[in-house]
Write a protein that binds this ligand. Structure first.
Ligand code: PRP
Ligand code: 7HP
Ligand code: MG
Length: 204
């Protein structure tokens, strides 16, 4: 695809691979929600900001192409702060605008790593009485789990290395990359690099 980045060690998923996978996942979802997602009762895509904004935008259109009416809700939590190690607690920064009671809902996430975020969100949204609640993640990092969690739909399973691009950030940077890449270690300032595996954000 001709795109290469001086700051990236390798490409984990190109834009082209991402779009292929999203099309395939949308086809699976269309089968599972046939008769459930209708124009009168569209599937609610719950976009977990910030990281899932690009994935949600593309998934919504792929689902529409496949005849799955859908609407979008946004919410924001943040547990990673500006470094790369999960700080342990998940904070709700922005909640949904409308009720999800008796609605079919799909939480759309960019990455499932420790599972602290999805574990927290799944429990919170289940208390609101949805007709059904599933999760759809672009990237799954099974080795990162701090809690057991299995996503219903996954586009890619990746190794336990920090990736950026297509919505995923490092200190708010690199979300605008078309491809998902692993950053070269020298990109991390010496301080952050040492912090990556030792001190949780909340202790910095
Ligand atoms: O499975 P977990 O270990 O919880 O990690 C996954 C979460 O961490 C990242 O969000 P972050 O907190 O960085 O906020 P952001 O989406 O705004 O970057 C990512 O977007 C997921 O939401
Ligand atoms: O690999 C990763 N890249 C960006 N953000 C996160 C959060 N968890 N894992 C990540
Ligand atoms: Mg992030």
């Amino acid at each position: 695809n001709g795109r290469s980045y001086s700051f990236a060690k390798k490409c984990v998923a190109s834009q082209e691979q991402i779009f292929e996978k999203i099309d395939a996942i949308a086809a699976n979802i269309a089968i599972d929600y046939a008769g459930k997602a209708t124009a009168e009762n569209p599937l609610i895509l719950i976009c977990v900001l910030k990281g899932a904004y690009l994935f949600t935008a593309d998934l919504a259109r792929a689902l529409a192409d496949k005849g799955v009416p859908n609407v979008v809700e946004f919410m924001c939590v943040s547990s990673y702060g500006k470094y790369t190690v999960s700080s342990g607690e998940v904070r709700m920064l922005l909640d949904l605008r409308n009720s999800i009671s008796k609605r079919h809902c799909l939480i759309v996430e960019d990455i499932l790593d420790s599972a602290r975020t999805l574990d927290f969100l799944y429990k919170v949204f289940m208390t609101r009485g949805p007709a059904s609640l599933r999760t759809c993640v672009l990237l799954d990092k099974p080795e990162g789990r701090k809690l057991p969690f299995v996503a219903h739909y996954r586009c890619f399973e990746i190794a336990n290395e920090f990736v950026v691009g297509y919505g995923l950030d490092y200190a708010e940077m690199y979300r605008d990359l078309r491809d998902i890449v692993v950053l070269k270690p020298e990109v991390y300032s010496p301080k952050t690099a040492s912090e990556m595996h030792k001190v949780p954000d909340s202790k910095l």
